[in-house]
Design a protein around this ligand. Sequence first.
Ligand SMILES: Cc1cc2nc3c(=O)[nH]c(=O)nc-3n(C[C@H](O)[C@H](O)[C@H](O)COP(=O)(O)OP(=O)(O)OC[C@H]3O[C@@H](n4cnc5c(N)ncnc54)[C@H](O)[C@@H]3O)c2cc1C
Length: 391
Amino acid sequence: MTARSVQVAIIGGGVMAAWTAFHLARRGVKALIVERSFAGSQASGVNYGSMRVQGRYLPQLPLSLRAQAIWEESEKLLGVDVEFRRMGHIHVAVDAAQMDKIERYAVDAAAYGLHPEIVGRDALRRRWPWVAQHAVGLSWSALDGAVNPRLVVPALAAALRDMDVTILQGRRVVAAEKDGRGFALATEEGEEIRCELLLNMAGAWAGEVSAWFGEPVPLFVAGPSEMVTEPLPYFMEPTLQIVDGSIVVRQVERGNVIVAGHPRGPADAVAMRARMPGGKTLTNLQRVADIIPCLSGASIIRTWSGIEGYMPDMIPVIGPSATTSGLWHAFAFSGHGMQLAPALGAVMSEFVLDGRSATPLDAFSIARFREKAAVDEEYLKQEFDAGIVKV
Ligand SMILES: Cc1cc2nc3c(=O)[nH]c(=O)nc-3n(C[C@H](O)[C@H](O)[C@H](O)COP(=O)(O)OP(=O)(O)OC[C@H]3O[C@@H](n4cnc5c(N)ncnc54)[C@H](O)[C@@H]3O)c2cc1C
């Protein structure tokens, strides 16, 4: 079989790869995406869809704010409404410590150009009367929103097809090595691919790829717990999240209320399955009723999960390889990558084409794991209430 030869190859066909290939194609470079299954079939297609900016790790705000501006333009860019809605996000405090946390965050975030509004108990009652009486205050970010994840990668894939970009689906990359000035990739299906630049965007499986280049990372996998109610009369506009992250609730225009609840559940990266543990349905439903009393008695019609890659510090790996020139990583988005994806793609395209980007990425370097490449089992025990399968 003859080898395909491309300038840029991307391992993984999730939202990171799709937005990166989109930005590259707009500047004339047709990357080759290699996806072992269907594009967008993993985390990118099954996530909660929260486009939350507030509350993010502060050095991530430049990327996050840039991403939100691109989501705002997504319908124009993609020619499809992916149901991005800027309906805001409230971070609700239920005690003084949580209130203090959001007040401090609002001050710190201002330095990055994000200005959440702190709302006290009385104003909260007036503006969001459906929030439970025991809430002591909240932080309101008007620019946050949500998207329908099921629509995003298919919309990008259609746009890529129109730009003559190839997504090789059903091809699993099983080996990659530096070959002269470029790279040689082999797929399980017997395909050979040569490229000048290689982007590792293999999501929860990206640690396998980085290890091929002498860069093992302490990546672990888990499955965020999601569930959705029957359609109910529309009443809540912003997404509500308790400051400790224990529950996140949003209502779509069709009326269904979508709920994400922590902690995360187990995921099996080998079998490629993740499920929401049964008992969590009741726990999460009770939490919802506690903070939004009018939702007590709502019926859950579906629960689900997905496989996400996490780093122990809960921030992704983004940037050049520390061992191999021409190799770039962007993976382990630790439960919050969907929102970042359009800007991640823009930044990666800038690095590939210009060698630099104005959006800072230093905090995300893979080099931070040089000293600590193994998964910390103690940490995992504390983090999870259910079993974990490592990649
Ligand atoms: C249930 C859930 C809820 C979430 N909620 C939110 C949210 O509300 N907001 C938010 O911002 N983020 C959220 N996230 C996180 C977000 O979905 C992810 O961070 C993001 O989708 C990661 O995109 P990706 O392209 O890196 O990974 P993926 O979508 O996992 O794509 C990686 C792809 O690589 C492919 N692949 C792996 N290895 C190989 C190989 N060797 N060869 C070829 N292909 C390979 C896989 O098949 C996969 O399709 C959530 C995630 C989950 C699972």
